[in-house]
Ligand binder design. Sequence first.
Ligand SMILES: Nc1ncnc2c1ncn2[C@@H]1O[C@H](COP(=O)(O)OP(=O)(O)OP(=O)(O)O)[C@@H](O)[C@H]1O
Ligand SMILES: [Mg+2]
Length: 498
Amino acid sequence: MRTEREQELLLKALDAFNKRILIISKDFRIEAAVGLDQRLGDRTLKGEYCYVAFFNRDAPCFNCPAKKVLATGSFAERNIVSDPLEEDKRSCLFAYPIHKDGEIEAITIFTFDTPVLEGLEEELRRTNSFLYKLLQSACDGFIATDLTGKIIIFNDAAVEVTGYSVKEALDSLNIRAIYEGDGAREVMRNLRSDEYGGKGKLKKYQIMAVGRSGEKIPISLYASIIFDEKGKEAGSIGFFHDLRERIHIQKKLEKTQLQLIHSEKMASLGRLSAGVAHQLNNPLGGITLYTKLMLEDYDLEDNAKEDLNRILKDAQRCRDTVRELLTFARQTNQFMKPQNINKAIDQTLFFIQNQTLFHNITVRKKMEPFIPLVLADTQQLSHVFMNIIINAAQAMDGNGAITITTEEAATKDKVIVEIMDTGPGISAENLEHLFDPFFTTKEEGEGTGLGLSVVYGIVENHGGTITARSIPGRGSTFTLEFPIIHETEKGAEHAEYA
Ligand SMILES: Nc1ncnc2c1ncn2[C@@H]1O[C@H](COP(=O)(O)OP(=O)(O)OP(=O)(O)O)[C@@H](O)[C@H]1O
Ligand SMILES: [Mg+2]
């Protein structure tokens, strides 16, 4: 039993404690209160129902902890109702039974009716949840880490880019594993420097991340250091954007631009060539005709005949060049038909293989027997193969091997032809200009440098592509691709090649 003095001091201590405490009877009437004005306006609290006095209700609050105390006989706290608009959430927070002879005599309640605190608490909860949702639904990846690099926030976009799940990231992933090599250290070093958007900040920084399955992901990163109230580093945050798609599109665009420039160059050269060729054609015809007439009509000395024959030969060479120029300038395909590319190659080889240049050259054919048809002008196609094969033979000085391969692409939309030689190869510098008109490494008078540019124009007109690769000293390979036509009488045109 406490002495009167003890009881008096305890009561004073409760007052000094200055917390709101309420004692109610089992039927919810206020018996005593501490830290509360004993009067509310004109009303005296004592004897009032607590739910009337504080909440102006006509029955105990639905989530009243005192009700639980009465039901269970022990301490209870109010369920926090998550919906902030739920009116009934306003009620007391904690309740304890006061026993007498093993029975509940009254109930004491703490921290009740604290609308300001509750409002703040709710506001905080709402703000936190809003901020979390904001980061979670951001389009860019978002990662926050503590000082050790442990990940504490990892949003949906970060999951999408890296392939890690949120659980994996939060449980076991360190930020160091997200960057390639020493990337995390590099980011921190730059964050602490002044050069990338101010101290503690990193803006639009391109770096390589590594996905869950090891794939490298170029990213653009905006990062900041988090400082605590004392200005000490507490962690870091980073927003990042996957650059793979953008880089892919950029590369495609650059390639298209180069192709466009090349096509434009070809087209204007084509127009120029056509003009020059037409101008030269008539006088050349005249030179050839009159030289022939002189040779036939006059009884000339051998020396004069020799000179005239030389004139005739040179004039014919000029005529061949003019013809090349005209082919180069021709923009339309007038004789397009479904063609078997194997047949076109065989016909070309038939024409050139008997030339002395080919006597010491082995031609190997690795043709796919059933090759789909392509839409092509047979003469132009022969011209293409002839130019490439003669170039190869010339490069090998008539000694070596040429391997011709044909196959249907795995994508089933094109036919691929590869012409490979064992010649000296082409330097990287020359490869860049290979298809430029008038590019030649041959002696003056031996090559016009138009061969491959004509080939390029023809292949392009057929909707195809041509590329060359080479390892100097180990030969060159030309790869041509032509789109397949599907709707034709494949069977009839097919030829089998061993
Ligand atoms: N298979 C090859 N191996 C090595 N170099 C090659 C090969 N094919 C082409 N070249 C190089 O490319 C240049 C350009 O070839 P292109 O056919 O356009 O002109 P050219 O052969 O010099 O002249 P033209 O074809 O008018 O007689 C050649 O001079 C040669 O240097
Ligand atoms: Mg050539």
